[in-house]
Design a protein around this ligand. Structure first.
Ligand code: NDP
Length: 331
């Protein structure tokens, strides 16, 4: 990270690729640590929130002049650390660099059985976004038969997992996304009413297909306003993200008063705070369902560490076609 952006990040200016440093992989001293080769990196909307100089947040800012970090999978190529051996695959927060040296496994797990899935899936449906959907629904949806659910960014890794969980419970699902390709994917996973919010009025759809009992909010702003208007009494609003405001600060929501008049429960959450409690259940069920094809996912894989800035921009502008991944190296 070279500078903090004020609007959208600018590849080559705020986010720069620096290939000036090299290490000798065979001789670099480890001093009790281990050397990881990065295989795949995740590009996620929340990373935009780390591109700031300071201020209160649940995550610290990226440091200028240092590699940014995100979820990644790597393979250990040398180790002097007890419990870590060459050939182990590690999943966790990783620097955006081809190789990194770590002293501990803190914030990482060694994946023993990948269920035949590509490593990239452990950054999407079987990773942080999938877990977000899983835990947010489990703890806050309080679903009951007959509920009508509205999901935003339904073509992405969080939204598409929410859709599939809600459909597995037999609920009616309305879902929006910003391209025809994403709408087709949402239909293919059982969405009852899938629409492109850029070409169709969200308000009109919700008026016709609602009222809604559960709103999975990934975007905030005008769509949150429309969902409040279309909410049933006792609706649950799961506030997972508000991407419409990540580069602009966000528009005010003018009808928030409706949470009073409609007895709406509005619940925000950050998945990391629920990880320790629910990760075992998630990893025991979801990767296997993905491997069997019982849960579907889409990916948008770009090759090369030098493309991170472009991929970040695609996620923030919505031109990514599925879970955004940067493939750094083969094994
Ligand atoms: P995606 O891979 O789906 O990428 C983000 C998508 O957001 C874009 O592809 C685009 O899709 C949509 N988008 C971008 N700008 C706007 C806008 N102005 N209005 C409406 N939609 C927009 O993302 P994820 O599935 O990884 O994440 C989805 C949400 O979940 C995000 O808000 C993210 O911050 C949140 N999240 C929250 C977590 C938590 O712990 N609370 C953890 C992980 C994610 P489209 O084509 O549909 O416009």
């Amino acid at each position: 990270m070279n500078d903090y952006p004020s609007g959208y990040p600018e590849p080559g200016k705020t986010l720069v690729y620096d290939d000036s440093q090299t290490i000798d992989l065979d001789t670099v001293p480890l001093n009790g640590r281990f050397l990881i080769k990065t295989l795949v990196l995740s590009i996620d909307p929340y990373m935009r929130g780390r591109m700031r100089s300071g201020g209160p947040s649940y995550v610290p800012p990226f440091e200028l002049g240092k590699p940014i970090t995100s979820g990644g999978v790597g393979v250990v190529i040398r180790s002097e650390k007890e419990g870590v051996k060459a050939g182990d695959h590690v999943l966790g927060l990783m620097g955006h660099q081809e190789y990194s040296i770590r002293s501990s496994l803190e914030g990482m797990v060694i994946i023993q059985d990948k269920h035949g899935l590509p490593w990239s899936v452990y950054l999407g449906a079987a990773g942080m976004p999938g877990f977000t959907a899983f835990v947010g629904w489990k703890k806050f949806a309080h679903s009951k038969p007959g509920d009508v659910v509205f999901v935003t960014t339904g073509g992405g890794p969080v939204g598409s997992m929410v859709i599939q969980i809600a459909k597995a419970e037999g609920l009616k699902v309305i879902a929006s996304a910003g391209s025809e390709e994403k709408v087709a994917f949402m239909k293919s996973i059982g969405t009852d009413v899938a629409f492109n919010y850029k070409t169709t009025s969200t308000r009109e759809i919700l008026e016709k297909e609602g009222p809604i009992d559960i709103f999975w909010d990934n975007v905030g702003g005008e769509i949150l306003e429309a969902a409040l208007d279309a909410a049933n009494v006792n609706a649950r609003f799961i506030e997972c993200g508000m991407i419409s405001g990540y580069n602009s600060g966000g528009a005010p929501v003018r009808n928030l008063m409706l949470i009073v008049g409609k007895d709406i429960t509005m619940r925000g959450f950050i998945q990391t705070r629920h990880f320790d409690e629910h990760k075992d259940e998630f990893y025991a069920t979801i990767p296997e369902k993905l491997a069997k094809g019982e849960i579907k996912y889409t990916e948008d894989i770009t090759h090369g560490l030098d493309k991170v800035g472009d991929v970040m921009l695609s996620v923030l502008k919505g031109t990514n076609k599925g879970k955004a991944i940067v493939h750094v190296a083969d094994e």
